[in-house]
Design a protein around this ligand. Structure first.
Ligand code: 8YV
Length: 322
């Protein structure tokens, strides 16, 4: 039987590519060429499946130009890079990789929170620049993390993994979702309104998916509602925070600091962030451990293999298509 054809749109682990090649005729992009939209459409003309990632924009226009495409397997839990309504209307299955990255991503949320609250990168840069001549009782005073109130906006699997870790820091944990989560999902964490969370949290962590409904969940008004001593951590998606409003708030010391793994328009970011000492900036690496990224790639491959072999993929985002 003739093999189905897939495009792997970004570089991926060679072993995963080999596995895909044992099932499909694969066109891969190990050289990380930056496909324009027409180039992507051209590459997808004869493809049944697409192995993609959040850096690949898959909109209605692209889907309309790729009539043969049956499955999009996104190597990420988030899938806001894909127009799901257009994919569903075209009968294209979309899959994602939930679960396998929760702990690595939660660990990184803590890395960003601790680094920002305790000014780790700022102090490290200062030492590297040769400024350390004597110890100072007030050098790089930061904010306490232990015993503080942690506010989590978006209590899903990753938010819950962050909340679990908070018990080791003796923290009070509050969270906001549209509705309280089921008992047992976030033991000890209390649902509060967004306003209450912003007013009471010493540290706010964002772990909610991006959509038009969550666009600018944190803007000027929300930053104003936070404590001046508060730290904001975004490891969810760019666009959940209004970056221009955040820069203004940081400049005016309306909040104490921010740890950011994601940005509006990434990999581009607002250059003003670079001149602010009270921000920690990382290039979308929250899930970047070898085991998590390999598990995500394996999961995305499993989904694609199942779907193109006529089986139900484990992580189907738009089940109505089946
Ligand atoms: C990915 C992520 O590493 O899963 C997601 O939604 O944001 C990250 O874990 C990144 O998007 C690249 O795939």
């Amino acid at each position: 039987m003739e093999k189905k054809k897939i495009l792997v749109a970004r570089a991926v682990f060679p072993a995963v590519l080999e596995r895909l090649a044992s099932h499909f005729e694969v066109q891969s992009n190990q050289d990380e060429l930056n496909y324009s939209a027409p180039e992507l459409a051209a590459a997808l003309q004869d493809k049944d499946g697409l192995f993609s990632s959040p850096s690949v924009t898959i909109d209605g226009a692209l889907l309309a130009a790729c009539p043969r495409l049956k499955v999009i397997s996104n190597m990420a839990v988030g899938y806001n890079n894909i127009d799901i309504a257009a994919a569903s209307a075209a009968g294209i299955m979309v899959t994602n990789t939930p679960g396998v990255l929760d702990n690595a991503t939660a660990d990184f949320g803590w890395a960003l929170l601790l680094a920002t609250a305790r000014r780790v990168t700022e102090a490290s840069d200062w030492l590297r620049a040769g400024h350390w001549k004597k110890w100072g009782y007030d050098s790089f005073l930061g904010a306490d993390v232990h015993g503080a109130t942690l506010g989590i906006i978006g209590m899903g699997r990753i938010g819950a993994a962050i909340a679990r870790r908070a018990s080791g820091f003796d923290m009070r944990v509050i969270y906001h979702n549209r509705q309280p989560v089921a008992d047992g999902m976030a033991p000890g964490a209390a649902w509060v309104s967004k306003q209450q969370l912003l007013a009471e949290a010493d540290h706010v962590i964002l772990t909610l998916p991006y959509s038009s409904a969550t666009h600018h969940t944190i803007g000027a008004a929300e930053l104003d509602a936070m404590k001046p001593s508060a730290i904001l951590i975004n490891l969810a998606r760019g666009g959940i925070v209004d970056d221009a409003a955040l820069i203004a708030a940081l400049r005016a010391h309306r909040i104490a600091g921010a740890g950011l793994d994601v940005f509006e328009n990434e990999p581009a970011y607002a250059p003003e962030f670079l001149s602010l000492p009270n921000v920690v900036l990382t290039p979308h690496i929250a899930s970047a451990t070898l085991s998590a990224r390999r598990a995500m790639a394996d999961c995305a491959a499993d989904n694609l293999i199942a779907a193109l072999h006529g089986q139900m993929p484990r992580h189907l985002v738009n089940p109505a298509v089946r």
